[in-house]
Write a protein that binds this ligand. Structure first.
Ligand SMILES: [Zn+2]
Length: 348
């Protein structure tokens, strides 16, 4: 087996020079201007870079790209940056080159592909949303009031056809549609309370997961006021494998939009990362990062737990998307696909 791995490795090394015509990263230049940090990344041909924002790192991937042997990495202007700590360029695998930007604090980013100039500009600015503060205030309020008795809804697992096996067979999953009852959550630009959208998406996710063989519980099946403590106690009592809380975001700055994914405990990071990537690649909204925050349910349950915020209801365009049945279905598909990937990665 080892021999075969070595041989395979050798084969890859031998194949690399054959792909000599592929683009290469040749210059990375840090700049600062008008309160932004910029990274100009030049390649030898046109490449569309793709980002992934993590807790304290921003990864910029260049598909089918190598690194030039005389790569220039100009970090001189980083010295006084409030946001960027360091920059590295690595070859992730035979296909992907990656620029790793180590961050000093939470940021926001955009990638501008300068067409015809073989250049990607990474624009890094201070994080503007106050999502975490708004959420913390809501939770504090929730924990002071007694909720109604928790009445979860069970979705019975589908059974595989004779001889087959469904991907989520034997798994138990709790989906928590955020807010409900006296607590509407945020109100969308189109006047729809977040609690309704959360429930609609949660139902779609539950259906997909049950169809894939999981036993699924929704923490509410209708418009009820749940207390977060009861939700945590329930998920722990039934020994759920994972816990997913579904919310939609809100900011008092209308222009803010995009997808955020939260976790708190170490055992939840992998699930959060997989779900975040699945949503970013699926619904293709702005990547606002995988984030760690001490929200109540995701920091108190025993099992891996995440809180999703796929869109901003305070943004006109995303508010519209959030009410669309088709778009809700796309969000649900991405969440379900992520859950399947997660369990597949664990059983390998
Ligand atoms: Zn919410």
């Amino acid at each position: 087996m080892l021999k075969r791995t070595l041989l395979f490795g050798l084969l890859i090394v031998l194949m690399l020079p054959v792909r000599a015509n592929r683009p290469e990263i040749k210059l990375v230049q840090a700049m600062r201007d008008r309160g932004f940090d910029y990274l100009d990344i030049y390649t030898t041909a046109q490449v569309k870079a793709k980002g992934l924002l993590l807790e304290d790192q921003l990864l910029i991937d260049f598909p089918d790209t190598g690194i030039s042997s005389d790569l220039r990495l100009s970090k001189r202007l980083l010295k006084n940056s409030q946001r960027v700590k360091d920059i590295k360029v690595i070859q992730v695998d035979a296909r992907t080159a990656r620029v790793i930007i180590d961050l000093k604090k939470g940021v926001d980013y955009d990638i501008v592909n300068v067409f015809g100039r073989n250049k990607n500009v990474i624009e890094i600015s201070d994080r503007q949303d106050r999502a975490e503060r708004i959420m913390a205030a809501w939770e504090k309020q929730n924990l002071t009031v007694k909720g109604e008795e928790l009445k979860p809804e069970k979705y019975k697992a589908a059974v595989a056809a004779k001889g087959g096996k469904l991907p989520l067979e034997g798994r138990t999953i709790v989906i928590d549609p955020g807010h409900g009852g006296r607590d509407p959550g945020a109100i969308s630009k189109h006047g729809i309370p977040e609690k309704n959208i959360n429930l609609a998406v949660a139902r779609k996710v539950a259906y997909l997961l049950k169809s894939a063989g999981a036993t699924v519980y929704l923490t509410r099946k209708n418009d009820r006021t749940n207390n977060l403590r009861d939700i945590v106690a329930f998920a722990d009592r039934i020994k759920s494998d994972i816990f997913i809380s579904i919310h939609f975001n809100y900011s008092d700055i209308e222009s803010i939009n995009g997808t955020e994914t939260y976790y708190y405990k170490k055992n939840s990071r992998n699930l959060a990362l997989i779900l975040h990537k699945s949503l970013i690649n699926g619904i293709k909204r702005k990547d606002r990062g995988l984030r760690r925050a001490k929200y109540y349910a995701i920091s108190h349950t025993d099992m891996p737990a995440v809180l999703l915020e796929p869109l901003y209801l305070s943004n006109w365009q995303e508010s519209k998307l959030a009410s669309s049945d088709n778009f809700q279905a796309e969000i649900a598909r991405d969440i379900a696909a992520g859950v399947k990937n997660y369990f597949r990665s664990r059983s390998n």
